[in-house]
Ligand binder design. Structure first.
Ligand code: FE
Ligand code: MN
Length: 361
């Protein structure tokens, strides 16, 4: 029997029996393998909706004017030594970190999931990491920074090396041929999703984001600040994507969600927070740019707990409040604040398949 399946203003005629078989075979991991990359019928509608939302936020580094930043960077007194140090640490850390995230998304997560709509949105995630890496190249070339000096930071600053080691150790062993019918392996994959989504993108990125936005708030290097605001908006979708993936993985494999795993995830977040405190001490060796180191450390504690609670895990510092409320406001970038509104609207038009019918089949 044939049925018509509708997404927005498009409809598709599907053989109901085959569609049912495909739908029943979809799982986050160890599902039905197909080379056809047929998205329909959708099982994980949220993933397709998130993909549309990510497209609607599309931006390109060259859209952001950098001349004022260049003038400030060259001027003798527009920026303090600390301002410059924060920018160099930011560019140095993110140049490599964005690549590590993108690589894990492509070579670990996207390889191990089996549903096409999940692969679709993960492909977009990886592409956004490319945009972020490209935006850093644009900053480096605009300001005339030595890229090798930035690279050296990644290899030579111990607190950065430690952050790097922390995330990459959870990728080892997660190869394409890993048997994901084995619960221990599924739990290993769950830890990877947690570490990259909630610990790294969700918490460890926020130390530097906050410092760079603090400069932005003072009218310093606003082109760079604008790019970081767009990056942050993307990151919030990445955090949500990996959070939803983890929740689906647990729903389909409830046997992995043991107290032992929950404790391990909280221990991983505790480690991530400690590493971030050390890192903040290196980026902000003295109080400055309107920030105290204590407030900043408290901000990281607060963000980390929000990530834990969003997964139903117990917070590490119960009752922690946000010591930097202005930061939340600056981080909450609506589309109306977009510099290139016209272009974003155009992108959105092209992706106007908003409503997705989920229970048509
Ligand atoms: Fe990124
Ligand atoms: Mn990201």
């Amino acid at each position: 029997m044939q049925r018509t399946y509708t997404i927005g203003d498009r409809s598709f005629v599907l053989d109901e029996a085959k569609a049912r078989e495909a739908l029943d075979g979809k799982r986050v991991v160890a599902g039905r393998e197909t080379l056809a990359f047929n998205l329909l019928p959708l099982k994980y509608n949220w993933a397709y909706e998130l993909y549309q939302k990510m497209k609607a936020n599309h931006w390109e580094p060259e859209d952001v004017p950098m001349q004022r930043d260049v003038d400030q960077w060259r001027s003798a007194d527009a920026l303090s030594d600390l301002d410059r140090w924060i920018v160099k640490m930011g560019v140095g850390y993110f140049s490599a970190a964005e690549g590590i995230v993108g690589d894990n998304v492509l070579t670990v997560i996207r390889e191990l999931v089996t549903a096409s709509e999940l692969k679709l949105v993960l492909g977009r995630h990886a592409h956004e990491e490319n945009i972020h890496a490209d935006s850093l190249l644009y900053m480096i070339s605009s300001l005339g920074l030595d890229p090798h000096e930035c690279e050296a930071m990644f290899a030579d600053v111990p607190s950065i090396v430690a952050k790097n080691e922390f995330v990459t150790r959870l990728s080892h062993g997660l190869r394409r041929d890993l048997d994901l019918t084995v619960p221990e392996n599924v739990a290993l994959f769950a830890k990877n999703l947690f570490v990259f989504g909630q610990c790294m993108e969700g918490t460890q990125f926020y130390g530097l984001f906050g410092m760079i936005l603090s400069l932005y708030r003072q009218g310093k290097l606003t082109g760079i600040g604008t790019m970081f605001r767009y990056t942050l908006r993307d990151e919030s979708n990445h955090i949500e994507l990996l959070r939803r993936l983890l929740l689906e993985l647990v729903a389909e494999n409830p046997e992995i969600w043991t107290n032992e795993l929950k404790d391990e995830l909280r221990d991983l977040m505790r480690e991530a927070v400690e590493l971030e405190h050390r890192f903040i001490d290196d980026v902000l060796p003295i109080d400055g740019v309107g920030l105290s180191r204590t407030e900043f450390a408290g901000y990281v504690d607060y963000i980390a707990d929000r990530r834990l609670v969003s997964l139903g895990l117990e917070p590490l510092s119960p009752g922690a409040t946000n010591p930097l409320p202005w930061l939340a406001e600056l981080m909450d970038l609506g589309k109306e604040q977009n510099f290139f509104e016209g272009r974003v609207t155009e992108y959105q038009k092209a992706s106007s398949l908003a409503a997705v019918a989920d229970d048509e089949l």
